[in-house]
Design a binder for this molecule. Structure first.
Ligand SMILES: [Zn+2]
Length: 271
């Protein structure tokens, strides 16, 4: 009886699997890897030599800004501005064009426009440092308004868990996303490998994941060898903009007001 049952079902199961195959392929997880801090060192060109759809975040007003933005664009990779923003410490490292939370509106808007004009072929921006700036609502709103006017997207590097920048981007109707994993806070191979595995796990769970890396020689050597692993996991490396419909929809859902409940609160919330 059981054998008969299985034999009868096999063609049905086979047919269902055939139907499901394109769906499974369509839902292949995707990752974006953004390489930050490009523009200061001639060795940053090694990052450009990586093959694959890496996204390059280029510092404005650096010695190689123009050259490397053009090289990335010419090799059909995505370019974004890595915009320096005030942190809680080490602000001496910010460089030219940095945004500070106490600047007035005119200064902020003018500074942003100059930086965006300085990097050719851009599709969006992410923050360089910015642990303070990305927690400050008013200057963020001016930033998002400037980006909206140029149809640029915003990637929150999430240099602090307190960042409200992605919410601000949603408020202004921008396409937006946030970083899941920093790949190279340490540079030994085991650490890079563990962070990359973390990225792939998130991609399998969410259908996408976003990493930020830096043009350190160790990181570049590591990224040169990820293609086999991506194939094994059936995961695709894509330009960041490919993920924006999914990431923006998710950010908008997070921000949607909770459904109104008729139930009265049982006790007053603590103040
Ligand atoms: Zn940076």
């Amino acid at each position: 009886m059981q054998t008969f049952f299985c034999a009868k079902l096999m063609p049905v199961v086979g047919f269902l699997l055939t139907l499901m195959t394109p769906l499974v392929n369509a839902a292949n997880p995707k990752i974006a890897v953004v390489i930050d801090d490009i523009g200061y060192r001639s060795s940053d060109q090694d990052a450009l030599a990586l093959s694959g759809q890496f996204t390059f975040a280029i510092i404005p007003f650096a010695p190689l800004t123009q050259k490397l933005a053009k090289a990335a664009h010419d090799s059909r990779r995505e370019v974004i501005v890595h915009l320096p923003m005030e942190a809680f410490s080490n602000n001496h490292l910010l460089g030219k064009g940095a945004l500070f939370a106490d600047m007035d509106e005119t200064t902020i808007r003018t500074t942003i426009r100059k930086s965006l004009d300085n990097v050719p072929h851009i599709s969006g921006i992410n923050n360089h440092m910015g642990s303070k700036f990305t927690t400050t609502a008013q200057p963020l709103s001016w930033l998002m308004d400037e980006l909206k006017q140029r149809s640029l997207y915003f990637l929150d590097s999430r240099t602090t868990p307190q960042s409200i920048a992605e919410q601000s981007a949603v408020d202004y109707g921008l396409e937006t996303a946030h970083r899941h994993v920093f790949l190279d806070n340490q540079l030994d191979h085991d650490y890079l490998n563990a962070q990359f595995d973390k990225l792939l796990t998130i991609a399998h769970a969410n259908s996408y994941a976003i990493a930020i890396a830096h043009p350190h020689p160790q990181t570049i050597a590591f990224l040169n060898n990820i293609s086999d692993k991506l194939k094994q996991h059936n995961i695709e490396l894509v330009p960041l903009s490919t993920l924006l419909p999914m990431t923006t929809a998710k950010a908008e859902r997070r921000q949607a007001p909770a459904p109104i409940s008729n139930e009265q609160p049982k006790q007053a919330a603590p103040q």
